[in-house]
Design a protein around this ligand. Structure first.
Ligand code: ADP
Ligand code: MG
Length: 655
């Protein structure tokens, strides 16, 4: 406990303490100016890391938000005489708003298109700042003076402390946010936006909120930037800066506050340090040593491919030789960026901090905080009385894909407390029914009711909120997260603390509660021992069970399982059957798509059989199994020898 506190929090405290006392020893205004810039870029890059690191989007708009924040503060001070804190707030508010406005359309786009949309926003911003002369003074530039704070004129030392204070606040707030449900949602939507929506978390709204938050931090940095330089020109915020900021995040290491800080130091300090030839050479030598070390280490541990180890060594060696021969380092200092970026992208995909933490973590093993005991199952998954009334009703549902009538008039009445089986040969439309009911697809025609109320149409998120939970035929786990976090993302009704309080660190209580509930659900599916294992490291069977636990975290009215036993070895099929049986015992209604007929017979109260998108039979498992149309459908469609997926086949080998 103490060790963890010292190592994890201690390093942050030591860093901020050191930064705080620097001005007592460093008198040079130039050095202090650089360090102030470090604080400002720190805030800027922490903001950028939200989109680039956590949301995994190439965001080229951060320089624009720096500019907008700077001009908002500058204009506010010169025209309206506002104070420093008001200016920071105004800048943050304007950037939040513009960030959200940009994100709403842009985040509907993917990859390169999103990057281009943000790039054009940056271009537009510089043009507007240039042309809006009455307000911004255009290319001539806007001069402002730093307003006094609480009646006191700020010296450059005071202003440095102020900026560091802001950095510390932002750091704390972001750490609290990223270790809360918000941070998990950001990570989840990067791994699987579909599952994020299907777990009722809302991928799109979290993306927009994350982008707006990152932009707001850009605005805060911008306001401080304005008070630092006290002179603004639009061309300071062009796309070149945007690219350099992106480099900073990637070099430093994504998804890490320390990474953003390291990136900020590189971006803020390096160009100035490198104008001295000695420092340029020292830096090149250090880069070469680092590439050599990382390369040899990576090769011996087989974590790097040969080219990943060798190209950074070659690149940094070139740099080192270059630093010896070139006369004027001033002209070459941008080359160091280019070669460093190349080396890091190739050789250290996790960035400098990612490399360092992986390394440090092994040196000082810090155990994660112990987990709370699991919550009582009755609180997490209260048994509900099953009344046998119709819970989910689907009438004449159709879904066509062009000419393919995947679902062509299906009517289902699923009764509360039942396990309702859905069978049919491959391609008969079972998954499409699930995808329409759960909101992944919009129906072409038809009615869907849950307890007599229309189900939301064409929105995984809203269907999930209405009480439908599902698993996926092809697993959709949040692979980068632990088993526990996978379940925690989906938990319903636990996260109540509003965002401002989460930023201040008041979300910890409900975090413990969420952990306890998620643990109970993991225990329910027999995974309590693997809570801390990354989902991608679980066995295939365990991954299927984890998806069930995650869907149960929604406390759904209806749980739709799309071939939960597909690909499982026999012992795991037995476990799966047992889990589904216990789900029914808790009063949760289940729609079960299943190929193993023995499983269907064992579990289902009612079975509906589909073929070619149409219903061909309905009844008890025994009735449906004997139905001539069902027999014909299976005999007609399955390749001979495909016994494993044949519902009428005897149990597969091994049982
Ligand atoms: P099942 O789950 O019963 O094996 P599906 O519902 O996955 O069957 O598929 C039914 C039919 O619909 C198949 O012919 C499939 O090719 C088609 N289909 C399913 N999804 C799509 C889609 N997104 N686009 C085009 N065709 C689709
Ligand atoms: Mg299917």
């Amino acid at each position: 406990m103490l060790k963890r506190l010292l190592l994890v929090r201690g390093s942050e405290l030591v860093m901020f303490a050191l930064l705080a006392i620097i001005p007592l020893f460093v008198q040079s205004g130039y050095a202090l100016g650089l360090l102030t810039l470090l604080a400002i870029y720190g805030i800027l890059l922490i903001g950028l890391d939200v989109t680039v690191g956590y949301l995994g989007q190439v965001n080229l708009a951060q320089a624009a938000f720096l500019g907008i924040g700077a001009y908002a503060a500058g204009i506010g001070v010169t025209r309206y005489g506002i104070g420093i804190f008001t200016a920071v707030l105004v800048a943050a508010a304007i950037c939040t708003l513009l960030g959200a406005l940009l994100a709403l359309p842009a985040l509907r786009l993917d990859g390169p298109q999103f990057a281009l949309a943000t790039l054009s926003f940056t271009a537009l911003t510089t043009i507007v700042l240039n042309e809006l002369e009455p307000l911004t003074m255009g290319a001539q530039g806007l001069s402002l003076s730093r307003p006094p704070l609480l009646g006191r004129t700020l010296t450059s030392r005071d202003f440095y402390w102020l900026c560091m204070g802001f950095l510390a606040l932002v750091w704390m707030g972001m750490r609290n946010l990223l270790s809360s449900q918000w941070g998990r949602a950001f990570e989840a939507l990067r791994d699987s936006p579909i599952a994020t929506d299907a777990m009722g978390v809302g991928a799109y709204r979290h993306k927009v909120a994350g982008f707006a938050l990152g932009s707001a931090l850009g605005g805060v940095a911008g306001a401080l930037y304005a008070f630092n330089f006290q002179y603004l020109q639009p061309h300071a915020f062009v796309y070149e800066l945007t690219v350099i900021l992106l480099l900073g995040v990637v070099l430093g290491g994504r998804k890490s506050l320390w990474g953003a800080f390291v990136g900020a130091s590189l971006v803020a300090l390096l160009p100035n340090l490198l104008s001295s030839k000695t420092l340029f050479q020292a830096f090149s030598a250090a880069g070469f040593a680092m590439a050599l070390f990382a390369g040899v280490r990576g090769l011996s541990q087989k974590s790097l491919k040969p080219f990943q180890a060798i190209s950074p060594i070659v690149a940094t060696a070139t740099l080192l030789v270059g630093s010896m021969v070139v006369k004027n380092t001033e002209d070459w200092r941008k080359a160091i960026f280019a070669l460093m970026l190349f080396s890091v992208v190739v050789g250290l995909p996790e960035g400098l901090m990612g490399f360092a933490t992986g390394f440090l973590a092994r040196l000082f093993r810090v155990d994660p905080p112990p987990l709370p005991p699991p919550a009582p199952l009755d609180e997490v998954l209260p048994s509900r009385p099953a009344d046998g009334e119709v819970l989910l009703e689907i009438r004449d549902l159709k879904r066509w894909f062009g000419g393919v009538k995947a679902v062509d008039g299906v009517t289902l009445r699923v009764r509360s407390g039942h396990i309702h089986g859905l069978i049919g040969p491959n391609g008969s439309g079972k998954s499409t029914v699930v995808n329409v009911v759960s909101g992944l697809y919009t129906p072409t025609e038809g009615t869907m009711l849950l307890r007599g109320e229309p189900l939301p149409i064409g929105s995984l998120f809203r269907a999930a909120r209405a009480g439908v939970a599902r698993t996926f035929q092809n697993l959709q786990l949040f692979t980068g997260m632990t088993a526990l976090e996978n379940v925690m993302v989906a938990l319903r009704g636990v996260y109540r603390v509003p965002l401002p309080l989460v930023l201040l660190g008041f979300g910890r209580g409900e975090e413990r509660r969420a952990q306890a509930e998620a643990l109970a659900l993991l225990a329910f599916v027999g995974l309590e021992g693997q809570a801390r294992a990354p989902a991608k490291d679980l066995t295939y069977g365990a991954q299927r069970f984890l998806e069930m636990a995650r869907a149960l975290a929604r406390r759904p009215e209806v749980l739709i399982l799309d071939e939960p036993a597909a690909g499982l070895a026999h012992p795991d099929v037995v476990k799966q059957v047992e889990i589904i049986r216990r789900i029914r015992q808790r009063g949760i209604t289940v729609v079960l798509i299943e190929h193993h007929m023995d499983v269907v017979t064992e579990l289902c109260d009612v079975v509906t059989a589909l073929d070619g998108g149409k219903m061909i039979a309905e009844g008890t498992p025994a009735e449906v199994k004997r139905h001539p149309k069902v027999i014909e459908a299976y005999l007609g469609s399955e390749a001979p020898g495909d016994a494993d997926t044949h519902p009428l086949a005897p149990e597969p080998a091994g049982g």
